[in-house]
Design a binder for this molecule. Structure first.
Ligand SMILES: Nc1ncnc2c1ncn2[C@@H]1O[C@H](COP(=O)(O)OP(=O)(O)OP(=O)(O)O)[C@@H](O)[C@H]1O
Length: 235
């Protein structure tokens, strides 16, 4: 079964009297375990596509299937369940909860999923250690650097055990060292746990990690190519 299938997905935005094309008949099939980057100029539809695949936004044409489930046929509660259990989001604004510690932020989704306190803590600490934040579990977001906050967001996104991670410009606020560290972590999760990654980015270093590069322009897919991945150098 494919991880994601997009069939002729369209999304049009209304701005006053103007119609703005977000997505124009996007068709794309992504297999489990793929490591895919979406590239393309600003406004080409990358974020709109990630939002649609993640069921954060509803297309006005076409069909999206995630893990065999047709999004258009799911209720709001079923969509929420899909987002909670199957999808990890790493979006640019980290969306960490400021009053919670790093550990509590990572535990949050697992708490909603109903895991026991002991299990949550064990998984949260394991994930924070995996992203290089061992010892900083008790810090609140404001006491962490931008790169560290981004890594908390990654730990949170993967702690719930998603099959699919959607990342929108995950390195936009990171220095080159943190970017390389983050991408190595994504690659590790992809290789060891088979998590599917779909990453929207302008960063050539990030694109280098992809085994498949999908280029968008004006809401359409204009190129879709396999490539040999290349890691970023650590400085
Ligand atoms: N909520 C919205 N209301 C109106 N227009 C929107 C909305 N969201 C996106 N658009 C428009 O849809 C098009 C695609 O935008 P999108 O954000 O998906 O592009 P992008 O490739 O992610 O760009 P960037 O690289 O700058 O993040 C753009 O023309 C954008 O202005």
């Amino acid at each position: 079964m494919s991880a994601v299938v997009c069939e002729a997905v369209c999304r049009t935005f209304h701005q006053g009297d103007a119609l703005i094309t977000g997505l124009d008949h996007v068709s794309l099939e992504i297999q489990p375990g793929e490591f895919l980057c979406l590239s393309g100029p600003s406004g080409s539809g990358k974020t709109t596509l990630l939002n649609a695949i993640g069921a954060l936004d509803t297309p006005d044409g076409g069909e999206i299937t995630v893990g065999g489930q047709r999004l258009g046929s799911l209720s709001r509660a079923e969509l929420a369940e899909l987002r909670l259990r199957r999808i990890g989001f790493v979006f640019q604004a980290y969306n960490l909860i400021p009053v919670l510690t790093a550990r509590e932020n990572v535990e949050f989704v697992m708490q909603v999923q109903g895991l026991s306190a002991a299990r949550r803590r064990a998984v949260a600490d394991e994930m924070l250690a995996a992203v290089g934040l061992a010892g900083l579990e008790e810090r609140r977001p404001a006491q962490l650097s931008g790169g560290q906050q981004q890594r908390v967001a990654v730990a949170r996104a993967v702690a719930s055990g998603p099959d699919l991670v959607l990342a929108d410009e995950p390195t936009a606020n990171l220095d080159s060292h943190s970017s390389a560290h983050l991408m190595d972590l994504f690659e590790q999760l992809n290789g060891e746990r088979g998590v599917t990654f779909v990453i929207a980015t302008h960063d050539p270093g990030v694109m280098g990690y992809a085994r498949r590069l999908v280029r968008m322009l004006d809401g359409r897919v204009v190129a879709d190519e396999a490539q040999t991945p290349q890691r970023m150098a650590h400085e």
